[in-house]
Design a protein around this ligand. Structure first.
Ligand SMILES: [Zn+2]
Length: 373
């Protein structure tokens, strides 16, 4: 028997690594990580909306050179999620791209909502969805300026050791692999999504996000970095830093522990853009994802909102990046009123010019320049 991939821990259907990343990050980030704990203490005790104020100037890092404004991205991975909309739902493991009407509607509504605030959402699409008869919803998203990136065709696991480990679908239907190597399947899977996006929506994929997130990103995997570069991408969103303390609190009345929030804020400095040796730029996903909160921790929505606020405050105060990751198939179930997305827009608005909502390619552009120095 082939080994089954582990169940999702934090991102979207793949195991997360536990070791710390070794890629070189901007030096200043190390200097500001220490401020997180003190900030967190004050935030955890803040209950009034009016207390959403910036930290004193002396908490800001010294070495911010080109990074004089925080960049906030709202990203949605367009795929179905196991355990949603009901906890018993598992068939999505085999049909990641077979988006439900509810997930599609939530995506469209979220994009409209953010557009009304003058910003865009960066979506990443699983190519299987292009086998559905109607993709007008995605055409509308593209036409209104929201970038659409590639999230592979079958939601494959890039770090798989064998072809069968790439996706549940290939374990049930191994003939689909046609004796191809892992690298060949990955190449085909990413290419197919580019093709489908071009043929059915008429746009080129804007960036690539790996299914699942890896705490080490693509460190030590120059072969994968090169594969992604060869397919025409110069940035990837792959890294999801490890953060501890997320207990399953389902059925209890208690909120997440202070340690859980503290770890999430501390992980923000590990979620900053970096350059791999091959020249591929990494724009990590920022903890905590909706899957981490609502599947791994079984959190209630207010706890997730609190984590977003704490993480964003760190990002704004440090003029850093916050790359919010959610899935309409999950977030749409727990947060039908768009409170998380509205909160992000509100916090940026309240930052009085210290933060902006941008797409990941805009972040890539800025960091390609600053990291090359
Ligand atoms: Zn995914």
């Amino acid at each position: 028997m082939n080994q089954q991939p582990n169940p999702t821990r934090n991102v979207c259907g793949r195991p997360s690594e536990t070791t710390q990343g070794r890629a070189t990050r901007r030096r200043f980030l190390a200097t500001v990580a220490a401020t997180s704990t003190a900030l967190l203490e004050s935030r955890l005790h803040a209950t009034e909306a009016s207390e959403r104020t910036a930290a004193p100037d002396d908490a800001a890092p010294q070495d911010v050179a080109t990074d004089d404004i925080a960049q906030i991205a709202i990203t949605l991975d367009l795929e179905m999620s196991r355990n949603f909309p009901t906890w018993e739902d598992t068939r999505w493991d085999y049909e990641k791209g077979n988006l439900s009407d509810a997930a599609k509607q939530y995506t469209v509504d979220a994009c409209r909502r953010v557009k009304e605030r003058g910003a865009v959402i960066h979506t990443f699409v699983v190519g299987q969805v292009f086998e559905q008869p109607n993709i007008d919803w995605l055409k509308e998203i593209a036409a209104t300026g929201h970038p659409i990136g590639n999230h592979t065709y079958d939601h494959v696991y890039l770090l798989a050791d064998s072809a069968e480990q790439l996706q549940y679908r290939f374990q049930r239907a191994p003939w689909l692999l046609r004796s191809r190597s892992v690298a060949e399947v990955l190449r085909d899977n990413i290419k197919l999504t580019n093709l489908a996006l071009e043929q059915r929506v008429g746009v080129q994929a804007n960036g690539f996000r790996t299914p699942g997130g890896f705490a080490n990103g693509l460190n030590d995997r120059e072969d994968l970095q090169q594969l992604i570069l060869d397919l025409g991408f110069d940035w990837v969103s792959c890294r999801y830093p490890a953060h501890a303390g997320i207990e399953d609190i389902h059925g209890s009345d208690r909120p997440p522990s202070p340690a859980a929030y503290e770890n999430i804020v501390a992980a923000q400095s590990e979620a900053q853009p970096l350059m791999y040796p091959t020249g591929l730029l990494e724009i990590p996903m920022s903890p905590i994802s909706d899957i981490g909160a609502f599947r791994t921790g079984r959190w209630k929505l207010p706890y997730f909102l609190q984590a977003i606020e704490l993480a964003m405050q760190w990002a704004i105060e440090n003029r850093a990046v916050f790359d919010f990751l959610a899935h309409p198939s999950c977030l749409g179930v727990v947060d039908p009123e768009f409170q998380a997305i509205d909160l992000i827009c509100d916090l940026v608005e309240q930052s009085r010019g210290q933060a902006e909502i941008v797409s990941l390619d805009t972040i890539a552009q800025r960091y390609r320049t600053s990291l090359a120095r």
